[in-house]
Write a protein that binds this ligand. Structure first.
Ligand code: CA2
Length: 146
């Protein structure tokens, strides 16, 4: 049976690779999608990368994932630090959830140190740059095939 993993991305991540390369690097979300799809297809797992600047859209995609995805990788961006709605939605999802932060949020401003999403995440990546998505995908492939 083929498996599907959602890779959800929150506000402003559409600018990845285009602004603030000193913090977030030069690779784009398209590069992330390519890397994760390669890892997935080598293991019979499809990756679907989505990005929105709107909290409700992220919530709707999490609900959609309940119907068709076996795992969620999520970089909620600033919603990590503010959104109980995203946390509540993730709590309705039964499969594995991996939270990714490109930057090492614990080395940054205090307001980035707490993530509501971490209350649900089964694993958290921070500070691996965009490679964090590929590392998360490698682990997710194992989890959804179990
Ligand atoms: O390190 C991460 O991945 C973050 O989730 C990124 C968020 C930030 O609010 C979190 O504290 C940590 C910001 C995403 C903004 O993405 C941009 C990418 C390139 C240029 C400008 C913004």
């Amino acid at each position: 049976m083929s498996r599907l993993v959602y890779i959800l991305n929150g506000p402003n991540l559409n600018l990845l690779g285009k602004r603030q390369p000193e913090i977030y690097g030069r690779e784009t979300l398209e590069d992330v999608e390519r890397a994760c799809s390669e890892i997935g297809s080598a293991n019979g797992v499809q990756a679907r990368l989505l990005q929105s600047n709107h909290e409700g859209q992220i919530v709707d995609w999490i609900h959609q994932a309940r119907e068709e995805a076996q795992g969620i990788i999520i970089n909620p961006a600033a919603l990590s630090h503010t959104s109980i709605a995203v946390l509540d939605a993730l709590n309705t999802f039964e499969g594995p959830v991996i939270e990714v932060h490109i930057s090492q949020i614990h080395k940054r401003e205090a307001f980035r140190h707490h993530s509501y999403v971490s209350h649900r995440a089964d694993a958290v990546m921070a500070g691996f740059g965009v490679n964090g998505y590929a590392l998360a995908m490698q682990h997710m492939v194992r989890l959804v095939k179990e």
